[in-house]
Design a protein around this ligand. Structure first.
Ligand SMILES: Cc1ncc(COP(=O)(O)O)c(C=O)c1O
Length: 387
């Protein structure tokens, strides 16, 4: 097998954009609050090791992951200096490796604490933990009352070292309601949730008699509630250059990091009466230059993207024609008549001044940029880091 194969479709990671976003978020969060990088899911599809290396060089020291594999990758890349927080509970089979890798573990309830406690007692080890309180997400975390009941245990134990108390805001991207109007949908309001966490913090200070790092926020918090970043803010999406509100990232001060480039593998003219794709859903009404790219739903370019979908060829927006296949997609080259087989086609990112954003792609398939990034990232493994 050759050392390096040519791959027509690649993910480009723009280093300068990542660096810009990190420093921008730091400036938003302020000097009292650390910006931690959420690099789970292969750094949202951008490539765990490359992203971690770049951010570490810029001064980032705390990284959030969800699996031991990711933690292992980080240790290989960054050594022992980086702080690694495992955001989801570990199962007993993971405990030994978790401790060995030097992870800080998020603890989510009493059962979690008891299970870990048994293990730590047997091994004579101490685990640094972030106690997670559920305040509105209804997913992971201590129910409030159980959390308060367990706090004295953490004050008195030698098995756990509480390094953080945290929560996770479920709607930090929401637009704050106008004065006197109830929150989004009349049911939830991030400011109120932040207020409740402040009360938790007071209780923690009194009972725990310690000063663990407090953190509740994500990208939406850093961008829209920067005064509520507490000691640390765990940012993912914004680091990668997308606005959690779905708007133009540049207006939010961010630079898109991921670009996806491929090449036309076929160009030809189809005559009136021809049909395109499975199910023959597209009927050619007049002679049309049609390009084919070697990307389809198996690469994260979902079938649902056909509705409204377009790519860039020669700096022009070219519409998807017919259904997206597993590994191929046809596009209308009417606006790029000079295009030839082998020419570059951009699915995400810029070309000659034109641009397709993740939020736009997400809107075609009624999804979110998070899913666009992670799907492309998982399925197009060939990455290039650009300065
Ligand atoms: C616990 C936790 N904190 C922070 C984040 C980062 O969120 P975002 O990508 O919106 O910044 C996530 C992402 O899912 C998360 O699960």
């Amino acid at each position: 097998m050759p050392q390096s194969l040519f791959h027509p479709t690649q993910i480009h990671l723009k280093q300068s954009a990542l660096v810009h976003n990190y420093h921008f978020l730091k400036s938003k969060a302020g000097s009292h609050s650390e910006v931690a990088a959420v690099v789970k899911a292969d750094a949202y599809g951008h490539g765990l090791k490359a992203v971690a290396r770049i951010l570490f060089q810029e001064g980032c020291r705390t990284f959030c992951i969800v699996s031991l594999d990711e933690a292992w990758g980080l240790r290989q890349e960054l050594g022992r200096t980086a702080r690694i927080i495992k955001l989801i509970p570990s199962l007993p089979g993971e405990y030994t490796d978790g401790v060995e890798l030097g992870l800080e573990q998020v603890l989510v309830n009493r059962e979690d604490r008891l299970s870990w406690g048994e293990f730590l007692k047997k091994k004579g080890q101490v685990l640094p933990v972030h106690l997670k309180v559920d305040r509105g997400m209804g997913r992971l975390g201590y129910p409030y009352r159980e959390f308060i009941e367990d706090l004295p245990f953490f004050r008195d134990t030698t098995l756990f070292r509480v390094v953080g108390v945290m929560s996770h805001l479920p709607a930090s991207e929401e637009t704050p309601p106008e004065k006197g109007v109830k929150g989004t949908g009349g049911i939830y309001h991030t400011s109120a949730e932040i207020g409740r966490f402040e009360q938790v913090v007071e209780t923690v200070r009194v009972i725990l008699n310690a000063t663990p790092a407090l953190h509740i926020g994500n990208s939406g918090t850093a961008l829209y509630y920067p005064r509520s970043c507490f000691d640390m803010v765990r940012t993912g999406l914004a680091l990668y250059g997308a606005d959690p509100r779905g708007g133009d990232p540049r207006k939010a001060g961010l630079e898109p990091v991921m670009e996806i480039k491929t090449h036309l593998v076929q160009v030809r003219t189809l005559d009136k009466g021809a049909t395109i794709g499975y199910g023959r859903t597209h009927h050619v009404e007049q002679p049309t230059r049609v390009g084919v790219i070697p990307v389809g739903y198996a690469d994260g370019f979902f079938r649902s993207f056909a509705r409204g979908g377009q790519i860039l060829v020669g700096g022009q927006y070219c519409k998807v024609l017919g259904r997206i296949s597993m590994n191929l997609t046809s596009v209308d080259l009417g606006r790029a008549p000079a295009a030839r087989q082998g020419d570059e086609a951009v699915l995400l990112g810029q070309q000659s001044g034109a641009e397709i954003l993740a939020a736009e792609i997400a809107s075609w398939g009624e999804t979110i940029p998070y899913e666009v990034f992670t799907s492309f990232g998982r399925l197009i493994p060939h990455r290039v880091v650009q300065p």
